[in-house]
Design a protein around this ligand. Sequence first.
Ligand SMILES: [Zn+2]
Ligand SMILES: [Zn+2]
Length: 109
Amino acid sequence: MADERQMICDRCRRAVPISDMKYMPKGDGGRIGLCSACRAKFNPEEEIKKEAKKAIGSKKQYFCTRCRYKFTYDPKSITNLKCPYCGKEDHVIEHKMQSADKLLKNLTE
Ligand SMILES: [Zn+2]
Ligand SMILES: [Zn+2]
């Protein structure tokens, strides 16, 4: 019986025989199931970059320390960078995951 089970490749979304699939570390702690064709051109760093891009696009994250409001803003935009909540720009900082978390902690303590 040629009744091999199939799996969906995480990259090309094709159903491939289970024997053709392998799990690869993604570099961010996660794993990704790839068929042999995708494995040949798989680059974990590239994959992470792609996902990060998908998440934020060309926009950057900013944070208003006055309102504690987090928002995204495209630096290439023609409008001025300001907090959409209070409309001021003097308390807006670029949001970086860790520093903002620390900041939030400081603010709430
Ligand atoms: Zn594939
Ligand atoms: Zn604000």
